[in-house]
Design a binder for this molecule. Structure first.
Ligand SMILES: O=C(CO)[C@H](O)[C@H](O)COP(=O)(O)O
Length: 125
């Protein structure tokens, strides 16, 4: 795996290990980094029998949730999320972050705003 991909994956795994807990409602972001995060969430659900509900920010996120056999929820059912997890486009040394250039621009911000905690996965700054 190339350096950037390995970095993204390691950051995604660390984010899930450190911030996802049993019983949570979890917002799932969009992009390539989130793929590794969702795979790690699915591993932990299997290994630790975590009870999670996942709220997607896009069609891609919905498909990821379903493909990984996670429980899919909607914002209408769960208007308050415990945590949302997403990738970043760029992060500078002061942790200023740019994200959201795609079709999920609006929905990912709505989901993040409904979450008590917003975790941005970044592999370098
Ligand atoms: O904000 C986003 C989509 O709207 C993505 O999270 C952001 O673009 C990062 O993408 P990637 O994980 O593919 O680098």
């Amino acid at each position: 795996m190339a350096g950037i991909e390995a970095g993204k994956k390691a950051a995604a795994i660390a984010a899930v290990n450190n911030h996802i807990k049993d019983g949570q409602v979890v917002g799932i972001g969009s992009g390539t980094t989130v793929v590794s995060a969702v795979q790690r969430i699915a591993e932990r659900v299997k290994q630790e029998n975590l009870k999670l509900v996942c709220i997607p920010t896009s069609f891609q996120a919905k498909q990821l949730i379903l493909e990984n056999n996670l429980v899919l929820g909607t914002l209408e059912q769960y208007p308050e999320l415990d945590v949302a997890i997403d990738g970043a486009d760029e992060v500078d040394a002061a942790l200023t972050c740019i994200k959201g250039g795609g079709g999920c621009l609006t929905q990912e911000k709505i989901v993040a705003n409904c979450a008590k905690e917003f975790i941005v996965i970044a592999d370098e700054r």
